[in-house]
Design a protein around this ligand. Structure first.
Ligand SMILES: Nc1ncnc2c1ncn2[C@@H]1O[C@H](COP(=O)(O)OP(=O)(O)OP(=O)(O)O)[C@@H](O)[C@H]1O
Ligand SMILES: CC(=O)C(=O)O
Ligand SMILES: [K+]
Ligand SMILES: [Mg+2]
Length: 572
C-alpha cells in the first residue's frame, strides 16, 4: 500500500506524458533485437528471476551486451552492493572518500584495492607527473568501472600558480638537517643537481625574497632562513629540519606575515593549467579542482570555458579554499562553484595553524547551507605515510570532520606515496562508519536550520519536498529514501538534509551517477526510468530484491523530480 502526495508543479522541462519506459541512447536495432529488448523490459518489471548476475549489469546472461542490456539493467557500485548485503542499508557509510593517486597506487591492482576499500573519487594532482602518467591512471580507473562495476569518479586538481620546488633531480626525497646551508635557485640545472641545491619554479623568486625571510616548505614540514642572495641563487640555513619532497610548495614570510604581493599577481589558472584543463576535458574527468582560487570570477570563467568546450558532458568545478583571498571571498566563491575543498595543507601555510579548525568548520557549514559538496583534505592520517597505524590525534581529526558532516574526506600523501595506502583508507572507512553510527544512535548532531536556496518556483517546490521528505523519513524511521532524478539536483537536496537513513539515488546518466558519488549519504544507481512512478518503483523493487539489496516490508519514501511527488510505502 502506498500513500502518496503529488504536488502539481509547473511542468519540468521535458516531461513525457507517455508511460512508456524511456530508452535513452539506444541505437535503432534490427527487428528481432527490438523484440528481445521489449521482453527484457517486461521481464524486469515482473517479479524477478534471481540469478547471480555478477556485480554490474542484470540481463547480461541474455547474451545481449551493452546498450540493449542497459535498458533493463541497474548499475550499482559493486562495493556498495556488497556493503548493503552485509550490513543492511541502515549502516552504509555516508561519508565519501577521495584518494590521491600517486606512485604508490597507480597500478591496476592497487587501484582496484582502493576501489574495493571504498574509494569514491580518485584524485590526480597535476603538480606531479606527466599527462601520459595521468592519462594511464584515468583510463585504468575507467576500465575498472566498466569491467568490475565500480563507479569511481575522477577529480583532476590543477597545479595553480604557487611557488614550488623542482623535482629533486629524480630523488624521492632529501633530508634537510638543522643548520645546513642549502641553495634555492631559479637557474635551470641538468640532473643530477649539485648537492643541497633546490630549483624553484618562480622566476621572480630571487628578486622577491629578502635576507632574513623565512622559507616555509610544504606548509611547515621544513623551514629555512634566507641568509644571502647571489644573483639567481638564494642561500638559506635550515632552521627546522625535515624531509623535502619533490615539487613541495614554498611560501616566504617576513616579520611574521606571509609575503603575498607577487604571488597574488600570478593568475589562478596558469597557462600550464589551461593545457591540463584541456587534457581533463578530453579525458572526461568528472571534477576539476582549482587550486588557490581567489575569487568567484575565475570559477565562472572556467565554468563557461567547460560549457563551451563540452556541451554534452558536465564537469563539476571544485574550488580549493587554501589562501587568505579565498577565505575573504568565501561565500561568492562557494556560490559560483559546484563544490569546495578545505585544502588544509596550503591553508595552514597562509593563516596561523590555530585558525585552520575554525576555517574548516565555517567552510563545511557554508557548503551545506549552499548545497555544495565539501571535501576535508590534507594530513588527516599523515603519520600513516610511514606507519601502519594512525595517531590517536589523527583519528580524532577524522572523527571531527565526520561529525561536522562533511561530504567527503581525502587522502593525499597517505595514498599517493605512502607505505600503507589501503590501510589508511580502511581507517577512514571504519572511523567514518563508527562515528556516523554513534552520532545517529545518540542523536548527537545539531539539526541545522537550512535557509532557502531555490532561485525559481519549481526549484522551491523541489526544495520543500526534499526538506519534508527528510523530516518524514526521520520521524517515521524509514529504511531508505528513493529519489528518481535526471540531473541529480533532487538527490543533492536530500543529501543536504543529512537524513538518518541512506538515500538511493536513481539517475539515467553514468556521469551524473559518478558525480553523485561525492555527496554525503547518496548511493547512486544508474537506471533508465520513465515518468510513470508506479512502474519505476515496481521495476526498482524487483531489481533490488533480486540482488538481495532490499526486502519485502522495508519502509521507503520515494521522490521524483519529474513529478515532484512523495510516496510512502512498504516494499511489496
Ligand atoms: N602523480 C604523482 N607523482 C609523484 N608523486 C606524487 C604524485 N601525486 C602526489 N605525489 C606525492 O604525494 C605528495 C602528497 O600529494 P598531494 O596531492 O597532497 O600534493 P602536494 O604536493 O602536497 O600539493 P597540493 O597542495 O596540490 O595537494 C606530494 O607531495 C608528492 O610527493
Ligand atoms: C589539498 C591541497 O591542495 C592542500 O591541502 O593544500
Ligand atoms: K594541486
Ligand atoms: Mg594545496
Amino acid at each position: 500500500m502506498a500513500q502518496s502526495l503529488h504536488l502539481l508543479a509547473p511542468p519540468s522541462p521535458s516531461p513525457s506524458p507517455s508511460p512508456r519506459l524511456l530508452r535513452p541512447r539506444l541505437p535503432s536495432l534490427p527487428h528481432h533485437q527490438q523484440l528481445l529488448r521489449r521482453q527484457i523490459c517486461r521481464a524486469s518489471a515482473a517479479p524477478p528471476p534471481a540469478p547471480d548476475l555478477g556485480p554490474v549489469v542484470l540481463a547480461s546472461e541474455n547474451g545481449i551486451s551493452s546498450s540493449a542490456a542497459a535498458a533493463a539493467a541497474i548499475d550499482v557500485d559493486a562495493v556498495t552492493e556488497a556493503e548493503l548485503k552485509e550490513n543492511g542499508f541502515r549502516s552504509t557509510r555516508r561519508t565519501k572518500l577521495v584518494c590521491t593517486i600517486g606512485p604508490a597506487t597507480c597500478g591496476a591492482e592497487q587501484l582496484e584495492a582502493l576501489a574495493v576499500g571504498g574509494m569514491n573519487v580518485a584524485r590526480i594532482n597535476m603538480c606531479h607527473g606527466t599527462q601520459d602518467w595521468h592519462r594511464r591512471v584515468i583510463r585504468q580507473v575507467r576500465r575498472l568501472n566498466e569491467e568490475k562495476g565500480f563507479a569511481v569518479a575522477v577529480m583532476m586538481d590543477t597545479e595553480g600558480s604557487e611557488i614550488h620546488m623542482g623535482d629533486l633531480g629524480g630523488a624521492a626525497s632529501a633530508k634537510a638537517e638543522d643548520g645546513e646551508i642549502w641553495t634555492f635557485s631559479v637557474r635551470a640545472f641538468n640532473s643530477p643537481l649539485p648537492d643541497r641545491t633546490i630549483h624553484v619554479n618562480y622566476d621572480g623568486f630571487a628578486e622577491d625574497v629578502r635576507v632574513g625571510d623565512d622559507l616555509i616548505v610544504d606548509g611547515g614540514m621544513v623551514q629555512f632562513e634566507v641568509i644571502e642572495k647571489i644573483g639567481p641563487d638564494v642561500k638559506c640555513r635550515c632552521t627546522d629540519p625535515g624531509l623535502l619532497l619533490p615539487r613541495a610548495n614554498i611560501t616566504f614570510w617576513r616579520d611574521g606575515s606571509l609575503v603575498r604581493e607577487r604571488n597574488a599577481m600570478l593568475p589562478t589558472i596558469s597557462s600550464k593549467d589551461w593545457l591540463d584543463i584541456d587534457f581533463g576535458i578530453a579525458e572526461g574527468v568528472d571534477f576539476i579542482a582549482v587550486s588557490f582560487v581567489k575569487s568567484a570570477e575565475v570559477v565562472n570563467h572556467l565554468k563557461s570555458y567547460i560549457a563551451a568546450r563540452c556541451r554534452d558532458s558536465d564537469i563539476s568545478v571544485v574550488a580549493k579554499i587554501e589562501s587568505i583571498d579565498s577565505l575573504k571571498n568565501l561565500e561568492e566563491i562557494i556560490r559560483a562553484s559546484d563544490g569546495a575543498m578545505v585544502a588544509r595543507g596550503d591553508l595552514g601555510a597562509q593563516i596561523p595553524l590555530e585558525q585552520v579548525p575554525s576555517a574548516q568548520q565555517k567552510i563545511v557549514k557554508m557548503c551545506r547551507q549552499l548545497n555544495k559538496p565539501v571535501i576535508v583534505a590534507s594530513q588527516l592520517l599523515e603519520s600513516m605515510i610511514e606507519y601502519p597505524t594512525p595517531t590517536r590525534a589523527e583519528v580524532a581529526d577524522v572523527s571531527e570532520a565526520v561529525r561536522q558532516r562533511a561530504d567527503a574526506l581525502m587522502l593525499s600523501g597517505e595514498s599517493a606515496m605512502g607505505q600503507y595506502p589501503e590501510k589508511a583508507l580502511t581507517v577512514l572507512r571504519s572511523v567514518s562508519l563508527r562515528i556516523e553510527r554513534w552520532w545517529r544512535e545518540e542523536k548527537r548532531y545539531e539539526a541545522m536550520e537550512l535557509s532557502d536556496i531555490a532561485s525559481s518556483f519549481s526549484d522551491k517546490i523541489s526544495e520543500e519536498i526534499c526538506n519534508s521528505a527528510a523530516k518524514m523519513a526521520n520521524n517515521l524511521g524509514v529504511d531508505a529514501l528513493f529519489v528518481y532524478t535526471k540531473t541529480g539536483h533532487m538527490a543533492s537536496l536530500l543529501s543536504r538534509c543529512r537524513p538518518d537513513c541512506p538515500i538511493f539515488a536513481f539517475t539515467t546518466s553514468t556521469s551524473v551517477r559518478r558525480r553523485l558519488n561525492l555527496q554525503w549519504g547518496l548511493i547512486p544507481f544508474r537506471l533508465s526510468f520513465s515518468d510513470d512512478m508506479e512502474s519505476n518503483l515496481n521495476r526498482t523493487f524487483a531489481l533490488l530484491k533480486a540482488r538481495g539489496m532490499i526486502q519485502s516490508g522495508d519502509l521507503v519514501i520515494a521522490l521524483s523530480d519529474m513529478l515532484q511527488s512523495i510516496q510512502v510505502m512498504n516494499v511489496p
